[in-house]
Design a protein around this ligand. Structure first.
Ligand SMILES: NC(=O)c1ccc[n+]([C@@H]2O[C@H](COP(=O)([O-])OP(=O)(O)OC[C@H]3O[C@@H](n4cnc5c(N)ncnc54)[C@H](O)[C@@H]3O)[C@@H](O)[C@H]2O)c1
Ligand SMILES: O=C(O)C[C@H](O)C(=O)O
Ligand SMILES: [Mn+2]
Length: 541
């Protein structure tokens, strides 16, 4: 192939119409492009205008993916110029149909590595091939079992790895040449995919048990061998595996789970944001977790640790938590308690009406939560009656319905504001428009782990941290304050996506500093700010 062909088809080298006259001469591109030499701004305007012509989000996404495949610099330039508008297109919520229809709309593998449990001997070659000689520092990996709240999407789930990595670069300037999206294809229990003649993954039931864990372990070991010091972000694993896998590796290598830890950090940051507005105390809060799965328990643990950091006795702190799942309030004798739920379950003897606590409303009436977080994948579960009940016992109810995508949200921000007469402090997992109520415009924070994992990652990579500790996670959560003015009427409980570059930087520095303080950073890294600045990638030619 000619040089021109190779360059114009390499998303890391291609500048398209922005190649200058002299570059065209020296690279053998003469005549391979139209005459006009454009600036990146001119290119970006053209791309943005074209993208706007598509009515549906999924079509906008397809158009942007073409750009992603051909010119990564311009792609990120456009995304950064319009981050608030385009993040929902490249990420949640439009990522959900893009995953469901992945096999149907497949065009290019987008540089991902597809690792099949049927061929564990190919892991090393697959990683090497997908990296194509690039030095990989960050991996996002999924096994596709628990994609957002939409369940098992098998190897289609690779799109969540691709999408999460896009946010890393757009939000925190992680170098896109140093990242690798991965799917562990261990089969699928989704009959729709098995029946779909176009499905591109392995067509058999999910492999479980030892064979599954051995495969995950092989992947981790080989990835760390092929890409020394690589930071591994696990995403959208199933409820039985997510925390188990995280705990297996987190004391040995730098790993992170987006759903467990990421959601925990962003919700803690949200509650801290609320308390800045309402001037209440963290240690006075009563937490109700609705949907005590991967994310729900990640959040409960993060809040619990914050109680301990504030000096509360562990047994006393536990009393601030109530878990509600399909079975109702979770008791020590409730069938089907998970290992993660076990430390937070209650005793029936604590309640005179324990047997009645089988639905959300009854639980609210009895335990009077001040904070309620929805991670149940159950749309409409926060009913008007339940919310009004909550609001009779607390002046400023803190309510975060964060199930994704949009169709699974427990209640809309608008309803929550109306039902509580503007008293609720709300954040949602998907972006929500501001709510106008009684002359006040309420800005709704997005409690999505995307707000915080990019900054955390930048801090981990900048400090070359050996591990990701609870202290680093806590630093990440605390770093988000000070951006929103809490005294403004209708203020958001979390900073807006439009400022994500600013707060990601702040967060990264705080995380890197914690790694340095904990002696987990590489010894020659002593200045968190400089280290963070040094590794940041900026989309420019
Ligand atoms: N905003 C964010 O950053 C963020 C992060 C992670 C997950 N989430 C969302 O949270 C939801 C859950 O994700 P997960 O990974 O924890 O899934 P999961 O399957 O691990 O947990 C879901 C839990 O909800 C419970 N549940 C189901 N129906 C219920 C009902 N009717 N009442 C009470 N509980 C019920 C399940 O039994 C399970 O324990 C998803 O919609 C996901 O998109 C959001
Ligand atoms: O992907 C998201 O939007 C957040 C979260 O990781 C989820 O699984 O819902
Ligand atoms: Mn997730």
């Amino acid at each position: 192939m000619t040089n021109a062909y190779n360059i114009l088809n390499d998303p890391f080298l291609n500048k398209g119409t922005a190649f200058t006259k002299s570059e065209r001469e020296s690279l053998g591109l003469i005549g391979a492009l139209p005459a006009k030499v454009q600036t990146i701004d001119e290119q970006a305007t053209r791309i943005y205008d074209q993208d706007q012509l598509h009515e549906k989000g999924i079509d906008q996404r397809k158009f942007l993916m073409e750009l992603f495949n051909t010119n990564r610099t311009l792609f990120y330039y456009v995304i950064e110029q319009h981050i608030e508008e385009l993040m929902p297109i490249i990420y949640d919520p439009v990522i959900a149909p893009a995953i469901e229809e992945y096999s149907e709309i497949f065009m290019k593998p987008q540089g991902a590595a597809f690792l099949s449990i049927d061929n564990p001997g190919e892991i090393e070659a697959s990683l090497t091939n997908a990296a194509g000689g690039r030095k990989i520092k960050l991996i996002v990996v999924t096994d596709g079992e628990g994609i957002l709240g939409i369940g098992d999407w098998g190897s289609n789930g690779v799109n969540i790895s691709v999408g999460k990595l896009m946010v890393y670069t757009a939000a925190a300037g992680i170098d896109p040449r140093e990242v690798l999206p991965i799917v562990l294809d261990v089969g699928t229990d989704n009959q729709t995919l098995i029946d779909d003649p176009l499905y591109l993954g392995e067509k058999h039931a999910r492999v479980t048990g030892d064979k599954y864990y051995d495969f995950v372990d092989k992947f981790v070991k080989i990835a760390r061998k092929v890409f020394p010091d690589v930071y591994i972000h696990f995403e959208d694993f199933g409820r039985d595996n997510a925390t188990k896998i995280l705990n297996k590796y987190r004391k040995e290598i730098p790993v992170f789970n987006g759903d467990v830890q990421g959601t925990g950090i962003v919700c803690l940051a949200g509650v801290l944001g609320v308390l800045n507005i309402s001037k209440q105390k963290f240690s006075d809060q009563i937490f109700l977790t609705f949907g005590a799965g991967t994310a729900g328990m990640g959040i409960a643990n993060m809040m619990y640790r914050e109680m301990l950091v504030e000096g509360m006795d562990p047994e006393e702190a536990k009393k601030h938590f109530y878990l509600v799942d399909k079975q109702g309030l979770l008791f020590s004798d409730t069938p089907g308690i998970t290992p993660e739920q076990r430390p937070f379950v209650r005793e029936r003897s604590e309640f005179v009406n324990a047997d009645e606590l089988t639905n959300l409303e009854a639980v609210i009436k009895t335990v009077h939560p001040t904070v309620m977080i929805g991670t149940s994948t159950t749309p409409g579960a926060f009913t008007e009656k339940a919310i009004k009940e909550m609001a009779t016992h607390t002046e400023r109810p803190i309510i975060f319905p964060i199930s994704n995508p949009t169709k699974l949200i427990e209640a809309s921000a608008e309803d929550l504001i109306k039902w509580t007469d503007g008293r609720a402090l709300v954040a949602t997992g998907v972006p929500s428009d501001p709510v106008k109520y009684n002359g006040v415009t309420y800005h709704i924070g997005q409690a999505n782990n995307a707000l915080i994992y990019p900054g955390l990652g930048l801090g981990v990579l900048a400090s070359k941290a050996k591990l990701v500790t609870d202290e680093m996670l806590s630093a990440a959560a605390h770093s988000l304050g000070g951006i929103v003015d809490p005294n403004e009427k209708g203020a958001s409980v979390l900073p807006p996506i439009s400022k994500i570059r600013i707060f990601s930087d702040k967060e990264a520095i705080s995380v890197a500093q914690t790694a340095i303080d904990q002696k987990l950073a590489t010894p020659n890294i002593t200045d968190a700010k400089a280290a963070t600045e040094n590794i940041k990638w900026i989309p420019k030619y």
